[in-house]
Design a protein around this ligand. Structure first.
Ligand SMILES: Nc1ncnc2c1ncn2[C@@H]1O[C@H](COP(=O)(O)OP(=O)(O)O)[C@@H](O)[C@H]1O
Ligand SMILES: [Mg+2]
Length: 373
């Protein structure tokens, strides 16, 4: 295993550079501020959620070499809040002397669903059956391999269920022929390099929010149970309804992933839990994760603070939970319920400062707390 060159830890008053300016960057910036650290957001979008609460904001493209180099010189460490930051941008920052945590390797593995599944499998961890698809003919062969129902996903740039389409027996009936149904699915993903996955008949979905410090220490939050609607996370619940054996298997897999990536920071690993309790990794996000938002209200140290501690080279915090919690995402028009939600007892409301409540857009979340049982 490679040993990371030790980087001096940050001091209060130092600056964490963040690539990306969405709600995750906003909540990282808020956590950094409570530890006396500044944040400098790098994002192509004006008035992004994170820039509203940060000390500094650079609006530029991730391809802008000169601006990236200036950013590298202006911050004490760099992190990212979304996984589609171009790996080339990270290479430029590193070339300009910045320390980027987690590093480029985590991005490379997580940006491409095929590379990601091969990586997870190389650690001896189960994933859905899959088949690489670069053409219509590959798709037909893939369906022979993985069976039906199956899900076709673009290898890159998918999120919140975007860039995905399902292929079931019903679709084939609807399209009158196998060939037509397959051609339709291929068009749905824009004929882009894709991966075909067997549909996993899961009983439930869980995630583990894990962290690894610059000293190699690993701390995991307990499993969180997730419900998706239309491919978008709707609710996250702690505790998850899983056995001790399932929890142990998910923890072991998360730790193996963190160590194999020589990771520094917070990661979110999504799992399917089969009816027998076995786990299958769905995907990993090399950043703070939507399902971990409840840690901000139900645990002493939030995933955002944990991430800041890790990238700053500070000791990780405890992950114990002091409340039971259900986090509900406020998606699109859901956010118009905020006046009622803010009146609910034992509920914490978080709004992301986005002006326009477009369909499918994450506008905020509410965490409903109940005493530990
Ligand atoms: N192979 C699969 N089998 C069953 N359900 C799946 C599969 N892949 C995705 N899903 C469902 O779709 C959701 C979103 O898919 P995911 O691969 O996590 O993409 P995204 O990057 O958009 O979150 C999952 O959380 C799960 O509910
Ligand atoms: Mg997902």
């Amino acid at each position: 295993m490679t040993v990371r060159t030790p980087v001096p830890s940050l001091n209060p008053g130092d600056t964490v550079g963040v690539l990306g300016g969405g709600q995750l960057g906003r909540m990282i910036a808020l956590a950094a501020a409570s530890l006396g650290l500044r944040t400098h957001i790098f994002c192509p979008d004006e008035n992004c959620p994170a820039s509203q609460v940060s000390s500094k904001f650079t609006r530029a493209d991730y391809e802008d070499d000169a601006v990236l180099r200036a950013f590298a010189g202006a911050v004490d460490v760099v992190t990212y809040e979304f996984e589609n930051v171009p790996v080339d941008a990270v290479a430029i920052l590193e070339d300009a002397g910045a320390t980027v945590r987690p590093g480029a390797m985590a991005l490379e593995k997580a940006q491409d669903r095929l590379v990601e599944k091969e990586f997870v499998r190389s650690l001896g961890i189960d994933t859905a059956e899959f088949h690489a698809v670069d053409s219509l003919a590959d798709l037909e062969r893939g369906l022979d391999h993985v069976g039906r129902p199956a899900i076709l996903k673009t290898r890159r740039l998918g999120y919140d269920g975007k860039g995905q389409t399902r292929l079931t027996d019903k679709d084939i009936d609807l399209h009158a022929s196998f060939e037509k149904a397959v051609a339709f699915a291929w068009a749905e993903v824009g004929a882009a390099p894709s991966i075909l996955e067997a549909f996993v008949p899961f009983e439930r979905e869980i995630s583990i929010i894990g962290a690894r410090g610059s000293d190699g220490a690993v701390k995991l939050y307990e499993p969180i149970e997730n419900v998706h609607a239309g491919g978008i996370l709707k609710t996250s619940t702690a505790p998850a309804n899983v056995s001790a054996a399932t929890k142990a298997a998910a923890e072991k897999a998360t730790t193996a992933i963190l160590e194999a990536l020589n990771y520094v920071g917070v990661i979110g690993v999504e799992f399917f839990v089969l009816p027998g309790g076995e786990i299958v990794v769905n995907e990993m996000a090399p950043r703070v994760h939507n399902s971990g938002h409840l840690t901000g209200d139900a645990c002493a140290i939030s995933q955002f603070e944990q991430h800041v501690r890790a990238v700053a080279g500070w000791p990780l915090g405890e992950t114990a939970r002091h409340s039971n919690a259900v986090m509900e995402n406020l998606i699109g028009d859901d956010v118009t319920d905020w006046p009622a939600i803010i009146r609910e007892p034992n509920t914490r409301l978080h709004l992301y400062g986005k002006n326009e409540a477009r369909k499918g857009r994450k506008m905020g979340h509410a965490t409903r707390l109940t005493p530990l049982t």
